[in-house]
Design a protein. Structure first.
Length: 69
């Protein structure tokens, strides 16, 4: 029997705020999201962990789009 492959949800985020002068944990969260310079975008799997990281630096990033792929 074949298992059904479920399409994974993705989320695209863009860094809109600088990490300069921010707390160390906020800078590390941006690096964990794959962002390190202004206006860079990353498409990530939409998981609770990623959502928590986005919530932590919500003033520095914006959600560009969410896909149910």
């Amino acid at each position: 029997m074949r298992k059904k492959v479920m399409a994974k949800k993705t989320i695209t985020i863009e860094q809109i705020g600088s990490a300069t002068g921010r707390r160390k944990d906020q800078r590390q969260t941006l690096v964990g999201l794959g962002l390190n310079k202004m206006h860079r975008q990353r498409t990530l799997e939409d998981t609770p962990a990623v959502r928590g990281m986005i919530n932590k630096v919500q003033h520095l990033v914006r959600i560009v789009e969410e896909n149910a792929a």
